[in-house]
Design a protein around this ligand. Structure first.
Ligand SMILES: Nc1ncnc2c1ncn2[C@@H]1O[C@H](COP(=O)(O)OP(=O)(O)OP(=O)(O)O)[C@@H](O)[C@H]1O
Ligand SMILES: [Mg+2]
Length: 368
């Protein structure tokens, strides 16, 4: 085999996983439709459509182990790619069945419910939506069953009129209605699971702004039991980000599972213990996971802004503002308002205030 590890998808999650793998001396390949993807800047990369089994087959053929950067690549396309080159799909982690469950938010919800895990009720929107409205009521979340990220496939729907106004979205199928949860906060846990052991990174509190993850810091609570049960409910092996809602009564509900490194685990690049990317690489290769040990760290996302100047000004301003800040930039070719361009981590002292202040310095420098 030419490569030790192949990544289907070449965004920032692949890039940071590849960087972790390279430090261990491993050879990596990624595939992405964008020739200038973040991963292509740090390792060899193929260019191809991720829905195309022929394109995927080129990676499957030349990599000893294969993993995913996102959950949007149809499990059927990956299965065909393995069949084309006569390889057993067991070289893939997460597995095809888990991926197929997770990539449809409704099937995922049903699997969680079947395992007895609490979460918002959801049903498919069929015909004119009457049954969905009768079952879920208002307010509700309208969600695309497949392909949503950063809230792009999710809408808050307060009234029957709002539901009707969004008819063009849901009328052709593929959407679900979900009970709206008036949570007191959102939590997230990174879980790693191998046949030998299961473990978790610390439980984090996450703040979303406009449905996009904004700040992440330790939650001072432990939701790992529910997070592990969620991963078990989808028969997941490998590394998973589990998004949770905590109610005012302290009840933990499962929002959703991501079968890969996750934005809420980016702080682990600088917390002093193993990073989620290193752990991901280890478990995909069948190596024992590294033990957990690290310091409280806060992560702030650096999102694209309207009418930016030079992003380097922003990064230099943030770095100069606080020598304890660590910055990670993804090298995306194009910035768009709200797009995840990088993140920064603060460890020590008032981590949330420091991360916020450094981010302000970043935005003010970038806007000049
Ligand atoms: N049932 C719900 N009740 C209340 N708020 C919700 C519900 N579902 C989602 N949200 C809010 O919308 C955000 C995005 O929703 P969700 O995680 O389902 O979508 P996504 O597009 O897959 O997001 P991401 O890529 O950011 O994980 C959640 O983090 C939460 O803040
Ligand atoms: Mg989410």
């Amino acid at each position: 085999m030419q490569f030790d590890l192949g990544f289907l998808g070449g965004g920032q999650l692949a890039r940071m996983s590849i960087q972790a793998a390279q430090r261990m001396g491993l050879r990596c390949l990624s595939i992405d439709p964008d020739a200038a993807s973040p991963a292509s800047q740090v390792a060899p990369a193929a260019v191809g459509n991720l829905n195309d089994p022929d394109a995927l087959a080129s990676v499957v053929e030349s990599c000893a182990r294969i993993t995913l950067e996102n959950e949007f690549i149809p499990a059927t396309a990956i299965e065909r790619a393995f069949a084309k080159v006569g390889r057993n799909p067991e070289a893939l982690m997460p597995g095809l069945e888990t991926l197929a469950l997770i990539q449809d938010k409704l099937l995922q919800r049903e699997a969680l419910e079947k395992a007895g895990l609490a979460g918002p009720e959801a049903v498919a929107i069929e015909d004119d939506g009457t049954r969905a409205i009768a079952t879920i009521g208002f307010p509700m979340m309208l969600k695309s069953r497949k392909g949503g990220y950063d809230g792009k496939g999710a809408r808050y729907v307060a009234t029957p009129q709002d539901f009707e106004d969004l008819r063009s979205l849901w009328q052709d199928g593929g959407w679900m209605a979900e009970q709206y949860v008036n949570f007191s906060r959102e939590l997230a846990v990174m879980v790693y699971r191998t046949p030998q052991m299961v473990g978790c990174f610390p439980t984090m509190e996450t703040i979303q702004t406009n449905h996009v993850c904004d700040l992440v810091y330790p939650a001072a609570t432990d939701a790992s039991e529910v997070a592990v049960a969620a991963v078990e409910a989808v028969q997941g092996w490998g590394l998973y980000g589990v998004e949770l809602f905590e109610t005012s009564g302290g009840k933990i509900l499962v929002n959703e599972i991501a079968p890969r490194p996750h934005n809420t685990g980016h702080y682990t690049l600088d917390w002093g213990g193993p990073s989620q990317f290193e752990q991901h690489v280890r478990v995909v290769l069948g190596l024992p996971p590294a033990p957990m040990d690290g310091l409280p760290t806060c992560m702030a996302n650096l999102l694209g802004i309207a009418q930016p100047g030079d992003w380097r000004n922003g990064l230099l301003r943030a770095l100069a503002s606080d020598p304890g800040i660590r910055v990670h930039w993804y090298g995306k070719a194009e910035s768009r308002p709200g797009r995840k361009m990088g993140h920064l981590n603060a460890t020590g002292g008032d981590i949330v205030a420091r991360a916020r202040a450094a981010r302000e310095a970043f935005y003010s420098g970038w806007a000049e």
